[in-house]
Design a protein around this ligand. Structure first.
Ligand code: GDP
Length: 439
């Protein structure tokens, strides 16, 4: 399908023990043969060959060359991987030698894109590959491996088939309007079928949205009036997670200032500087600013001084956070024990809070449930749901079947788009361009 044989460096571009230059395409083996001192033209598939990469008569590096013959390869094309010494210079040199000998430089994600176009994987599996590379916690990597194994397709195919069923019924109705029996049957059947379908979609959507929290981490803010112990809590949390505090570079996530890990959960802490910098930050920045900060958060930890009675300021914060997912936490438990989540940040006794966070999210996500793994997929599922809801409304109003079919067909297409069974090439190019080079 693709004429060009592509090549790229598949490992990170930094000095390391080993680097891999990968080629894929009809000419992959021939091209490497031109720069390799052992004969690999007739090498069996899935074999490794020791030798030297040559630049004319001069040896360039001592390498291992792996041969994978089509079709059982990552791309389904012939694939060759050159394991060379892991210096940036030598890796680039070997890449440039294969480029000089007929390979073309691969675009980002082009190997995976070829696997998709050749039908070895669907689009959700391709995305899961990149998800695995980006996974920063156990849960994210678990979701990625489910995705790589094709769980999204397993999840969606019955729903796609379910819609096909409804469409088929409508079409019988349109094609043979004179059979009144069929028309009656259709009207009765469509509504409950559509409702069941919508319930399933709804469940998957909810699970998937929770799944996103696990994958990306939960944007969390600690609020409380001055001197309740916010800084002390932050320090206790940071100490709990020794691996911490990673700065997250990038534009969209720059409100997040650090991550901590609790079990398999990741909390992205917002505005840690605000907590540290000034004890009366809430007063200083005003309600409006606090609101803004709260809006960005998925989880609010509202800290109270448990050793004292709640006052007006606590009440303002209680009101301000009432619509958020929140945990109300009583600090200074060493001075006074309270019911509820009671901790002592100063004495680093924060286990009740950690347990509360875990149980809040554990209950939302059953571990083994298959879910959609990214926003593109979730967005399309939401669109399919909207399409079907419109169709359901029309059914309830008794609208003609052929008019209803348009929305149902849209729902069908949106689901298929998740798997890439329906796609626009330009959108796919954009999607794959966000992949790693050499993947
Ligand atoms: P913030 O203004 O909310 O960030 O509060 P800080 O963390 O700066 O704490 C304010 C004061 O409360 C400090 O003197 C802390 O030592 C004290 N404090 C914080 N947590 C506890 C606690 O669990 N028990 C006791 N007894 N004092 C605490």
């Amino acid at each position: 399908m693709f004429e060009k044989t592509i090549a790229a460096i598949s490992t990170a571009l930094q000095d390391g023990a080993i680097s891999i230059v990968r080629l894929s395409g009809n000419q992959a083996i021939e091209i490497v043969q031109k720069v390799f001192d052992r004969n690999i033209l007739h090498a069996k598939s899935h074999t490794i060959h020791y030798g030297f990469i040559m630049d004319g008569e001069s040896p360039v590096d001592e390498v291992l060359v792996s041969i994978f013959r089509a079709p059982k390869t990552y791309t389904t094309e012939d694939v060759v991987e050159i394991n060379c010494h892991g210096g940036v210079f030598i890796t680039r040199k070997i890449l440039s030698l294969v480029l000089q000998n007929g390979a073309s430089l691969a675009q980002s994600g082009e190997f995976t894109q070829r696997a998709f176009y050749h039908g070895r994987i669907d689009l959700s599996q391709a995305e899961a590959v990149q998800d695995m590379i980006e996974a920063s916690n156990d849960r994210a990597s678990q979701m990625a491996i489910y995705g790589i194994k094709g769980s999204v397709k397993k999840l969606l195919q019955p729903l796609i088939d379910g819609i096909m069923d409804i469409i088929a019924q409508i079409e019988v109705n349109i094609d043979y309007p004179e059979y009144e029996d069929i028309e009656q049957l259709t009207t009765q059947d469509l509504i409950p079928k559509t409702r069941v379908w919508l319930e399933k979609i709804d469940m998957i959507l909810k699970q998937s949205q929770t799944g996103q929290l696990y994958k990306r981490g939960i944007d969390t803010v600690i609020v409380g009036k001055p001197n309740v112990g916010k800084s002390s809590l932050l320090n206790a949390l940071l100490e709990e997670d020794k691996a911490i505090v990673t700065d997250i570079a990038g534009t969209t996530r720059d409100i997040v200032e650090g991550q901590i890990h609790i079990g398999s959960l990741q909390l992205n802490l917002i505005d840690t500087a605000g907590i540290r910098e000034s004890s009366d930050r809430i007063e200083q920045i005003g309600i409006e600013k606090s609101q803004e900060k709260l809006n960005q958060a998925k989880l609010v930890i509202l800290l109270m001084d448990g050793s004292q009675d709640l006052d007006e300021q606590d009440q303002v914060l209680l009101d301000l956070t009432k619509d958020k997912e929140r945990l109300i936490v009583y600090n200074k438990g060493d001075l006074k024990v309270r019911d509820g989540i009671c901790i002592s940040a100063k004495e680093k006794r924060i286990q009740p809070l950690l347990d509360a966070i875990e149980s809040l999210y554990e209950k939302n996500l059953l571990k083994e449930n298959p879910i959609l793994s990214n926003e593109r997929q979730i967005g399309l599922l939401q669109q399919a749901k909207d399409d079907m809801n419109r169709a359901l409304d029309a059914m309830l109003l008794g609208v003609e079947p052929d008019l209803i079919e348009i929305d149902i067909q849209l729902a069908h297409d949106h689901l298929k788009e998740i798997l890439g069974q329906v796609h626009r090439d330009d959108l796919l190019d954009t999607l794959f361009s966000n992949f790693c080079l050499g993947k």
